[in-house]
Design a protein around this ligand. Structure first.
Ligand SMILES: [Zn+2]
Length: 250
């Protein structure tokens, strides 16, 4: 016998089904990532029409059948409409949704991922924060939540905790001024190092409270690109669009 349950979550993606319906992927606090059927969600005037779009965040009442979920009702508290109005913001936002989708599983605790996603989309909407930095903060914290992130607190070669001037993607972390030059490592900007240490240890609520110089940001970008190339075995569609259109967003 099925039953109605209420889930707090965000729509990660939606695909059309038949003429009027949608199949929706939801990241929920209570059940992790689930797939749910939204009957009539493509019919104009249907109350699930807006609720069934990516970024919609709120309470979803779903009927839990033997092997599938069906959305009965939705109470959306944030549609992130400002994101949709700006192409650059929207691309980053879709990229974050793809990353969340990549990591999340059904019936796992996704409270932190959901919180990170919410805070990061809000950070994209803020004019005062540079999207390039928001992206890197999101990426590193998503790695942390999923348990595989670089060691940026001590040298991988000798264990020393100071003079960490080098980064080595394949080895998975930082090297000190003596060990770094012995391998093919990348020079590490001190502010980029501090930023990574902060992102790893900070609470999600306090993540978006700092800025970086262009030089430090570029260093952080190269480091995370290198690291994710090795440890994340997926190409993200929204990221390809972002990169192809990079000249539109100077
Ligand atoms: Zn060392």
């Amino acid at each position: 016998m099925g039953q109605n349950i209420t889930l707090m979550g965000m729509v990660l993606s939606a695909v059309p089904v038949g003429e009027y319906d949608k199949r929706i992927t939801l990241l929920t606090r209570e059940r992790g990532k689930i797939s749910a059927f939204a009957r009539g969600a493509r019919r104009p005037g249907n109350q699930l029409m807006a609720a069934g779009s990516p970024f919609s965040f709120g309470k979803f009442e779903v009927y839990e059948g033997r092997s599938s979920f069906t959305i009965v009702k939705a109470e959306i508290s944030n549609y992130f409409r400002e994101l949709a109005g700006n192409l650059d913001d929207a691309c980053y936002g879709f990229y974050f949704l793809e990353i969340a989708d990549y990591y999340a599983r059904e019936n796992t605790d996704e409270v932190h991922m959901l919180k990170l996603l919410y805070q990061s989309l809000r950070a994209l909407e803020k004019e005062s924060l540079e999207n390039r930095l928001v992206r890197r903060i999101f990426e590193l914290k998503a790695l942390v939540i999923n348990g595989e992130y670089p060691n940026v607190f001590s040298c991988l070669g000798c264990g020393k905790e100071d003079s960490l001037h080098w980064f080595h993607g394949k080895a998975g972390g930082v090297l000190c001024k003596n060990c770094g030059p012995q391998v093919n490592a990348r020079q590490l900007d001190p502010s980029a190092l501090y930023a990574m240490q902060f992102i790893i240890t900070s609470s999600i609520e306090k993540l978006y409270t700092f800025t970086l110089s262009q030089q430090a940001l570029e260093n952080l970008e190269k480091i995370l690109d290198e690291y994710m190339e090795i440890y994340v075995d997926r190409k993200f569609h929204a990221l390809q669009i972002l990169e192809e259109n990079a000249h539109f967003f100077p």
